[in-house]
Ligand binder design. Sequence first.
Ligand SMILES: CC(C)(COP(=O)(O)OP(=O)(O)OC[C@H]1O[C@@H](n2cnc3c(N)ncnc32)[C@H](O)[C@@H]1O)[C@@H](O)C(=O)NCCC(=O)NCCS
Ligand SMILES: Nc1ncnc2c1ncn2[C@@H]1O[C@H](COP(=O)(O)OP(=O)(O)OP(=O)(O)O)[C@@H](O)[C@H]1O
Length: 197
Amino acid sequence: MLKIGLTGNIGSGKTTVAKVFEVLGIPVFYADAAAKSVMVSDAELIKGVKQAFGSEAYFADGALNRKHIADIVFNNADELARLNALVHPAVFRAFDEWVLQQTKAAYVIKEAAILFESGSYKMCHQTILVSAPLEHRLQRVMQRDGISRVEAATRDARQMSEEQKSKLANHIINNDGSRLVIPQVLALHQQFLAVKA
Ligand SMILES: CC(C)(COP(=O)(O)OP(=O)(O)OC[C@H]1O[C@@H](n2cnc3c(N)ncnc32)[C@H](O)[C@@H]1O)[C@@H](O)C(=O)NCCC(=O)NCCS
Ligand SMILES: Nc1ncnc2c1ncn2[C@@H]1O[C@H](COP(=O)(O)OP(=O)(O)OP(=O)(O)O)[C@@H](O)[C@H]1O
């Protein structure tokens, strides 16, 4: 199965792009959502997260206390590395299991905020970077999540720069408002279908 990695820095529009691929009938695995799912369903992982970040990492009903964890990990690179080491192996497994179920797909997309940082791009045949200037991205995230500029910028600072990512990516979708996104997705879709054929 042809596996395409899709990434972009915070607020770049990668989820928006992923939805366009879904409309074209291409299955999309959302790594961020999968991470949140395993963090509340995998007993070993829950234990590890509580050991690392305290019992406040979960609410009494078992839901993830995202703010508690985010406040710790996005302000400390070592703590983020610790969280990643706990969560990523479980997400990689979930992706492998999911791919096996996509028997009818022409190809599949893995959407992940940290595709390059986590090394999971190496398990994809090709990669797409969604690119937009920092100011656009911060504005979008502040509007979408109701967080401050400082909070949004702090998260961005924890990610590899767009410049570094653009050197690793096979394809770039420009989402700075100067070009329509849908035609760029359609052009890539045709390329990926041709690989499969
Ligand atoms: C820390 C958590 C609980 C915060 O949740 P919250 O809902 O506030 O943020 P959300 O998950 O929507 O992330 C917002 C953005 O932060 C950035 N971000 C998230 N995780 C990471 C990470 N591990 N490293 C760098 N940036 C990250 C991304 O741009 C992401 O899109 C959550 O991000 C998490 O569990 N992260 C660890 C799991 C992970 O690595 N996910 C990323 C893909 S596998
Ligand atoms: N071309 C665009 N024009 C206007 N708004 C856009 C555009 N692209 C994305 N957005 C909006 O910007 C916000 C961020 O986009 P999206 O959620 O797709 O980004 P993301 O890369 O998945 O972000 P994150 O890493 O934070 O999850 C969303 O509210 C989305 O609707």
